[in-house]
Design a protein around this ligand. Structure first.
Ligand SMILES: [Zn+2]
Ligand SMILES: [Zn+2]
Length: 389
């Protein structure tokens, strides 16, 4: 491949990723941003008060597209307000930000995957609680193996945070608002770009959405508009990269602190969901580029080598990687037809989005045990699905 070929591949895929997928991801993130603004907080309050049906609510929180719902379950476990089975249910049900890729690309597959993983999550969560799986290693939960900050001196004073499932100044506070990755510092250049540039990015997405819908409806563009959309989309992905760098979100995008901030402020929801759209968009572009390069290097037919049972194993193992980046690539490849549904199912069960990071920050043991359990469940369900259907 010559340099011009590569450049052509980059621009074309950057444009297609933005106009055909990212703009729709933006719509989904906006819609769920508004829904979550009210819903997540209520579910968390509900689950903390009730002992019965906890894995069911945990699975529901995990099912909410994005990582926020599952993230909010983690402090509750450390504060001993929910069972370990509830953590498992939330982690199994969540597909992190890759949910938005499926919603934009194939909503029927998204609904099918959600329904199946919801049932699997509840069953697995209840089994874990009933048989006390992992209890021997985990004891009674709480903060384990982590030194919290002595005081929250690094807290940015002008951010008003509405805490969910924990209180100001407690152990969770000293870890998730201080030691673990949290909201970027106010006043930095990155903060200014993400917190002032978000409306610009949303407007860019809105214009792209018009082209995206026209593309979907197979409207014929003349040469001028064809080129215009090509460059507009390319610039769209470029702006997404800038926003990603400004927000310093490369492999994961949601932190516990930001989820709390979003629940307390609609403006923060708009700011961080713009960041999240950019994050997802860049990873979709990477996935498209991988397929594009693979196709021109090996030919389209040779890319289908993961169609067998090995796909289920690869999917379950990939799911161990925390964060949403790699997981978005996997789901994008599924949409391109490179994997069977059994692999998507195993992957959805195995992967935890960004929710494992806060748990790891507070209780390393619990995050390891949870990963092992969700991977085993993914393998069992994935292989069973492969042979049954
Ligand atoms: Zn908090
Ligand atoms: Zn913010």
């Amino acid at each position: 491949m010559s340099f011009v070929d590569v450049l052509d591949l980059v621009v074309t895929n950057a444009s297609t990723a933005f106009v055909d997928v990212t703009v729709f991801v933006g719509v989904a993130l906006l819609v769920f941003g508004v829904i979550n603004y009210k819903l997540e907080g209520r579910l968390v309050e509900y689950i903390a008060k009730r002992k019965a049906y906890q894995p069911v609510i945990g699975a529901l929180l995990g099912l909410i597209p994005g990582c926020g719902g599952a993230i909010l379950v983690m402090p509750l476990y450390v504060k001993k307000k929910v069972s370990f089975g509830t953590v498992i249910a939330a982690l199994i049900a969540t597909t992190g930000d890759s949910a938005f890729v499926l919603i934009s690309e194939d909503i029927r597959v998204f609904l099918a995957l959600s329904a199946i993983s919801f049932v699997v999550a509840i069953v697995a969560g209840c089994l874990v609680d009933h048989f006390g799986i992992g209890k021997k290693h985990l004891g009674r939960g709480g903060v384990v193996g982590v030194k919290a900050c002595g005081e929250c001196g690094c807290r940015r004073s002008n951010l008003h945070i509405q805490h969910m499932g924990h209180e100001e100044g407690d152990e969770v506070d000293k870890i998730l608002h201080c030691k673990a990755k949290h909201h970027q510092s106010v006043g930095t250049l990155g903060y200014k770009i993400t917190h002032k540039g978000y409306l610009f990015y949303w407007s860019f997405l809105a214009v792209g959405l018009v082209f995206g819908i026209m593309n979907m409806m197979l409207v014929e563009f003349g040469d001028f508009w064809l080129n215009f959309v090509l460059y507009f989309g390319g610039i769209g992905t470029l702006v997404s990269v800038v926003l990603m760098i400004a927000g310093k979100k490369y492999f994961s995008d949601d932190t516990h602190e930001e989820v709390e901030l979003k629940l307390g402020s609609f403006r923060e929801t708009l700011v961080h969901n713009a960041e999240e759209t950019a994050f997802v968009g860049v990873w979709i572009f990477v996935a498209f580029l991988v397929v594009g390069i693979g196709t021109s290097a090996f030919g389209a037919d040779n890319l289908m080598m993961f169609s067998g049972l090995s796909a289920v194993f690869i999917a379950s193992v990939l799911g161990i990687i925390p964060g949403c980046g790699i997981q978005i690539i996997f789901v994008s490849l599924y949409v391109k037809g490179l994997f069977p549904f059994a692999a998507l199912l195993a992957h959805g069960i195995s992967q935890d989005g960004d929710a494992l990071f806060p748990l790891f920050a507070m209780n390393k043991k619990a995050s390891f045990v949870a990963t092992i359990i969700t991977t085993i469940v993914a393998l069992v369900v994935g292989v069973a699905w492969y042979f049954l259907f």
